[in-house]
Ligand binder design. Sequence first.
Ligand SMILES: [Zn+2]
Length: 82
Amino acid sequence: MNTKCRWNMDRTLSSCNALRDHTDKTSSHKKGLSYLVVVNAETLKQTTYGVVYKNTAADRGLMLNYCPWCGADISPRGQEQC
Ligand SMILES: [Zn+2]
């Protein structure tokens, strides 16, 4: 059980319980909070880039750089090396 969001060494995001409860892993096409997950076409490895908030389903979405619940830094890691 996590009390705060944090990035793992393998660049996956461990979200706190509150964030997990408010995100929808099944779809990034709905409104609300969802994870932005990018799949590497060569390795098929999934990398979580961050959390996106959408006002409407058609909204392009806003990338959150901190967790609204625990306040941890969850800004997009992009190509940054750990
Ligand atoms: Zn959090």
